[in-house]
Write a new protein. Structure first.
Length: 425
């Protein structure tokens, strides 16, 4: 009834399927794989139905005269499939199926496995981006070392400021000896104290505009509790944090970069982010997204030591990405793509003897789908490195401003203390 497949499901739900020919319901498991939706009977262990996501025309929540709260999937050819008794509930199943189906519609080329092509252009682009990435990483290391030097200088200035404070207290005691009956001497001005306080507050002010810039954002199915709480939303990866938002972009939770304790990767499309606490429950969000591989290319760079791959992920990756049916379907997509190239790019006035050469030249792919995906992920990593470098530069600019004001303030204090000591002599 369906083509054989060894794909491990992305998600599965117990439920029942209505067999129209026998007018009965059969209990089993509804499973979502990379490219297919199938229902397996608990009794016979056979696939009662299975079809590709690209063949789905509509997914709806309906009710029938036999059972309420059902989920229906309309396949090409007006073939309607009824699924009922879904656990934990049909809303959760609908949210997940609708998410992956919609993402598949928006990027149908993701199912197409490109033919073996010459990797020259694609490999050249990959090498070019890899070289730029290495240079940017070297620049980031230099900036990090420079930032450490700035921090050391600021620490030294802090010690100088502390020593000047001690000197100020000692001078104040010398200027106001116990035998003086009127408190502080008249040359001790309160305006200097106010000016010093204002300068200190101005020096401590800083902005962090670069920290809140978005590197990438992917639509996702979000859950903070169990599988019964799956709702549509999005994951936003920023320079200094991770944000989980709902469909209206209302913030559900923000994980600061240093607050993330672990990111567990269950499969290429599902992760969980955890923040641990002592004495109260941990905060953990589970995120399921068809575009999660795009976000993982950035998360692996930002949270290298905190990303954990589960045994489920290893089992998932050992299975083939496509099935025999996928390859057949891919050939249809390829044929359609080749036909489009022939119709649009082959000149009408080409001589008959040269037509085959022109076709070979036009149909030869310059960059394969896998190479394009790799380049896309590398560019995302480049964007992350560039934003981090920009944030570090902004932080160092602020540090330079603070160093300048701190140096001026220290110089002013030294001059004042020198004048006060001269008065005491």
């Amino acid at each position: 009834m369906t083509c054989p497949t060894r794909d491990i499901p992305i998600h599965s739900w117990p439920g029942s399927y209505y067999i129209n020919s026998e007018k009965r319901w059969d209990a089993g498991t509804l499973s979502l794989t990379r490219t297919m939706l199938r229902f397996t009977s608990d009794q016979s262990k056979e696939n009662l139905v299975g079809f590709r996501l690209s063949r789905i025309m509509e997914i709806k929540m309906e009710s029938s005269s036999f059972i309420f709260s059902t989920l229906t999937v309309l396949e090409h050819g007006n073939i309607k499939h009824w699924f009922g008794s879904l656990r934990p509930n049909r809303v959760v199943v609908y949210n997940v199926l609708e998410h992956f189906w919609r993402e598949r519609l928006l990027s149908p080329s993701a199912e197409v496995q490109g033919a073996e092509a010459q990797p020259t252009k694609g490999r050249e682009l990959i090498n070019l981006v890899a070289g730029a990435q290495r240079r940017l990483e070297d620049t980031g290391n230099v900036l990090h070392h420079q930032g450490e030097q700035f921090d050391n200088v600021m620490h030294g200035l802090g010690k100088i400021d502390s020593d000047l404070g001690v000197a100020d207290r000692l001078l104040s005691e010398l200027e106001s000896p116990p035998w003086w009956p009127f408190g502080k001497l008249p040359w001790k001005s309160q305006q200097d104290v106010k000016a010093e306080h204002a300068a200190r507050e101005a020096a401590c002010k800083g902005t962090g505009t670069g920290k809140h810039r978005v590197i990438t954002s992917v639509p996702a199915i979000v859950s903070r509790g169990g599988d019964s709480d799956l709702k549509p939303g999005c994951l936003m990866v920023m320079v200094s944090s991770l944000e989980v938002r709902d469909t209206n972009y209302v913030l559900l939770h923000r994980f600061q970069r240093d607050e993330v304790d672990d990111i567990r990767v269950h499969n290429p499309y599902e992760i969980s982010v955890r923040q641990r606490f002592i004495g109260k429950p941990d905060i953990c969000f589970r995120l399921l997204s068809a575009k999660m591989p795009e976000a993982m290319s950035v998360l692996e760079m930002q949270y290298k030591k905190k990303v954990e791959y589960t045994s489920e992920y290893s089992a998932f990756m050992t299975t083939p990405a496509t099935t025999p049916c996928d390859q057949d379907q891919g050939s249809v997509w390829n044929a359609a793509g080749l036909l489009q190239y022939q119709e649009t790019e082959v000149p009408i006035t080409v001589p008959a003897g040269e037509l085959s050469q022109v076709q070979v030249h036009v149909l030869k792919p310059e960059v394969t789908q896998a190479e394009a995906q790799e380049i896309r992920q590398m560019l995302m990593q480049l964007k992350n490195l560039a934003l981090e470098a920009e944030t570090e530069l902004e932080r160092q600019d602020e540090a330079l401003d603070i160093l300048t004001s701190s140096t001026d303030r220290a110089t002013m204090h030294i001059d004042k203390h020198t004048c006060r000591m001269k008065r005491l002599l």
